[in-house]
Design a protein around this ligand. Structure first.
Ligand code: ADP
Length: 396
C-alpha cells in the first residue's frame, strides 16, 4: 500500500487529494480556503460525504496541521508515515525544469528565484513544501511544474520579438501553463489513437483558465499561454491576447494606474468583462439564451479565439490526428464544442457526431467515422498526474 498526497498551495488556499496508488483511487480530497483569516473554510470529501467547517487558520503551517490532524481523527490514515510521497504542483519552473523532480535544497532555491515570474504562486508553493516537510519529514517530496511540458517548444515559438538582451536578462519568454493537464490529456489521446509512432494532437483545455497546446509525437511544440497565464484565448476573467498598447493607452491617456489595468485584464475581463453577467460559462449561456446581446458576444469571442488557435496549430503541425477538449467548459459545454467544430469543419474535414457530443458522458469520441480528424472529450486529472510522477520518481 502506498499513499501519495497531491498538493496545490495557492496564496490563500491549500488543495489536496490523497491517493491509494495501488489502484490510483482517491481516498479523500479537499481544500482549505481563506488561509490567514479567522473565518477560513476547510472542506473535506471522504466516503461520499462532504464536510465543511469555518475556523481560524493563520498560516499554511496551520492549514497543513489541520489537514493531517483531520486525516488521523477520521481514521483516514492511522499514522502519517503511511503517506510516503507528497507531490507539489508548482506553477513556474522557468528555464530550469523540463520535467518533475525530487525536491531538494537546490530545487527550492530555484523555485524561490522564480518568484518574480509567478509572485502569486511560487511563494505559497514554497510555504506549502516547507509546511509538509515539517509535518511529515520522512515522506519524499516531488515538484510537478505547470511549465515543464512546454520546455520542448522551440525558440521560434517561445521567444518574444522584443530586444533579445531584454528577454535574456529578465528570463522573459513563453513558458506556458496547464502543462500537467496537456501532458495527461495528450498521453491519453495517444493511447486512444492506438499508440501510433507519430501523432499530431491539439489539446484545448477550457476551464476558468484556458489554453491550447499543439503536441507533436508526445511533446508540446506550441501553447497559447505566455510568460504568464494571461496570454492566449479568452478566459473566465482574463482577456487573453490583446494589443500590448491597450495597456499603455489606458495608463497614459485614460487615467488608469498600471496595477489597476493588470487587475482589469486578469480579473475583470474575459467572459465576465464582455458579458457583464459572470465568468461562469453556464451563467453566460443562460443569459445569451434569454437574448442578452453582450452574453452572446462574449460566447462568440470565446469560441472564435479557440478557433484561431486551432487554425494556427493546424498549420504548424501540418496535419492533425486528433483534437481533445478538456476542463470545465471543454468537458461540459457541448454547445461550445459544437460551435467550434462547426466553424472548423469545412477547412479541416471534421464531422461531428452530435449524439455523442450532446448526450454522451465522460471520455469519448465525438466525431463520426468519416471525420478527417478524431475529436475527443478527455476529462483531465492533474492531481493523478502529480501523484503518478511522485510515485515514479520516489520509486514507491
Ligand atoms: P479551473 O481553471 O479553475 O480548474 P475548471 O476546469 O473547473 O476551472 O472549469 C471551471 C469552469 O468550467 C466554470 O467557470 C464554468 O464556466 C465551466 N463549467 C463547469 N461545469 C460546467 C457545466 N456543467 N457546463 C458548462 N460549463 C461548465
Amino acid at each position: 500500500m502506498s499513499k501519495i498526497i497531491a498538493v496545490n498551495a495557492g496564496s490563500s488556499s491549500l488543495k489536496f487529494q490523497l491517493f491509494e496508488m495501488d489502484d490510483e483511487s482517491v481516498i479523500t480530497s479537499g481544500i482549505v480556503e481563506r488561509i490567514g483569516m479567522d473565518d477560513a473554510i476547510f472542506t473535506i470529501k471522504y466516503n461520499g460525504q462532504k464536510e465543511t467547517k469555518t475556523l481560524s487558520v493563520p498560516t499554511h503551517n496551520e492549514a497543513v496541521e489541520l489537514l493531517l490532524k483531520t486525516l488521523i481523527d477520521k481514521e483516514i490514515v492511522h499514522d502519517l508515515t503511511e503517506i510516503k510521497g507528497i507531490g507539489h504542483r508548482i506553477v513556474q519552473g522557468g528555464p530550469y525544469f523540463d520535467q518533475s523532480v525530487i525536491i531538494n535544497e537546490d530545487v527550492k532555491a530555484k523555485i524561490k528565484e522564480l518568484i518574480p515570474l509567478a509572485p502569486l504562486h511560487n511563494g505559497p508553493h514554497l510555504i506549502g513544501i516547507e509546511a509538509f516537510e515539517k509535518a511529515i519529514p520522512e515522506a519524499g517530496a516531488v515538484a510537478v511544474f505547470d511549465t515543464a511540458f512546454h520546455q520542448s517548444i522551440p525558440d521560434s515559438a517561445s521567444i518574444y520579438p522584443i530586444p533579445y538582451e531584454v528577454s535574456e536578462k529578465y528570463k522573459i519568454k513563453k513558458y506556458g501553463a496547464h502543462g500537467t493537464s496537456h501532458r495527461y490529456v495528450s498521453e491519453r489521446v495517444i493511447e486512444l489513437l492506438g499508440k501510433p509512432e507519430h501523432s499530431h494532437i491539439i489539446v484545448a483545455h477550457l476551464g476558468a483558465g484556458g489554453s491550447l497546446t499543439a503536441v507533436k509525437d508526445g511533446k508540446s511544440v506550441n501553447t497559447s499561454m505566455g510568460l504568464t497565464p494571461l496570454a492566449g484565448v479568452m478566459m473566465a476573467t482574463r482577456c487573453g491576447d490583446v494589443d500590448a498598447s491597450v495597456f499603455d493607452y489606458l495608463c497614459e491617456q485614460c487615467g488608469y494606474e498600471p496595477h489597476d489595468v493588470f487587475e482589469m485584464f486578469n480579473k475583470k475581463s474575459g467572459l465576465l468583462g464582455v458579458s457583464g453577467v459572470s465568468g461562469d460559462m453556464r451563467d453566460v449561456k443562460a443569459a445569451a439564451d434569454e437574448g442578452n446581446k453582450r452574453a452572446q458576444l462574449a460566447i462568440s469571442i470565446f469560441e472564435r479565439r479557440v478557433v484561431d488557435y486551432i487554425g494556427k496549430y493546424y498549420m504548424e503541425l501540418g496535419h492533425v490526428d486528433a483534437i481533445a477538449f478538456t476542463a470545465g467548459i471543454g468537458e461540459n459545454s457541448s454547445f461550445v464544442r459544437h460551435d467550434i467544430l462547426n466553424m472548423i469543419s469545412e477547412a479541416t474535414g471534421v464531422v461531428i457526431d452530435d449524439d455523442a457530443n450532446e448526450n454522451g458522458k465522460g471520455e469519448r469520441l465525438i466525431t463520426k467515422p468519416e471525420s478527417k480528424i478524431k475529436v475527443y472529450v478527455v476529462p483531465t486529472d492533474e492531481e493523478l498526474m502529480i501523484a503518478r510522477d511522485t510515485k515514479r520518481l520516489l520509486n514507491l
